[in-house]
Design a protein around this ligand. Structure first.
Ligand SMILES: [Mg+2]
Length: 200
């Protein structure tokens, strides 16, 4: 029994913090784990900036509501969900992803949670589990699923390599060169065919 696990940012939607930095006009929020590898430190720094700008969850969601999924992403996901169970696995936060999930037809999403005060201020965040993507596919395998996984980045390699079939999608030249054994695709129809073939 197959289940498809998909990365979200870079595969179905733009990088949320980058898009948010542009939509909100706060360019320093473009800083990513490439600039600050310590994720906790980076997130606490981001939350500080949001607070400085007086942005609570509602204001942030209003900005994120202006961001659209990547062109063709909704159609791809609809088609994929017509023949496979699909779980989106992301390191982002449920509340940030929510406006984008609406636009994708409310697929199942496993990610992390922001801690929000009654006033709407974001006071902290809770990561669900270590190595969430790899841990999730392993858990699914432990209950009888064969997993098929796809993503674009370093944090996707664990679930891609641990799965029955795994694909890079719109990844970087560096990752594609470092992992030549992982099939890499750029177009949604290529990825759809590869997933279909893996299920045969
Ligand atoms: Mg990604």
């Amino acid at each position: 029994m197959y289940i498809t696990c998909l990365d979200v940012e870079g595969v179905l939607v733009p990088e949320i913090w980058v898009a948010f930095a542009e939509a909100s006009g706060i360019p320093e929020l473009k800083r990513t784990t490439r600039d600050e590898p310590d994720y906790d430190k980076l997130m606490n720094w981001r939350l500080g900036i949001l607070k400085e700008h007086g942005l609570g969850l509602k204001e942030i969601q209003d900005v994120i509501a202006k961001i659209d999924p990547l062109p063709g992403a909704k159609e791809f996901l609809d088609e994929l969900r017509s023949f496979s169970q699909v779980i989106l696995i992301s390191d982002t936060f449920t509340q940030f992803a929510a406006p984008l999930m609406e636009k994708l037809g409310r697929p199942t999403l496993f990610c992390n949670t922001l801690e929000v005060a009654d006033s709407g201020e974001i006071t902290g965040f809770k990561m669900r589990v270590e190595q969430s993507k790899l841990s999730t596919v392993k858990a699914l395998q432990s209950i009888g699923f064969d997993t098929i996984a796809s993503g674009d980045s370093y944090n996707d390699l664990g679930m891609i390599q641990a799965s029955k079939a795994g694909f890079l999608f719109r990844s970087t030249d560096k990752i594609k060169a470092d992992y030549p054994d992982i099939p890499a695709y750029e177009a949604y129809d290529e990825l759809l065919s590869a997933i279909k073939n893996a299920m045969k």
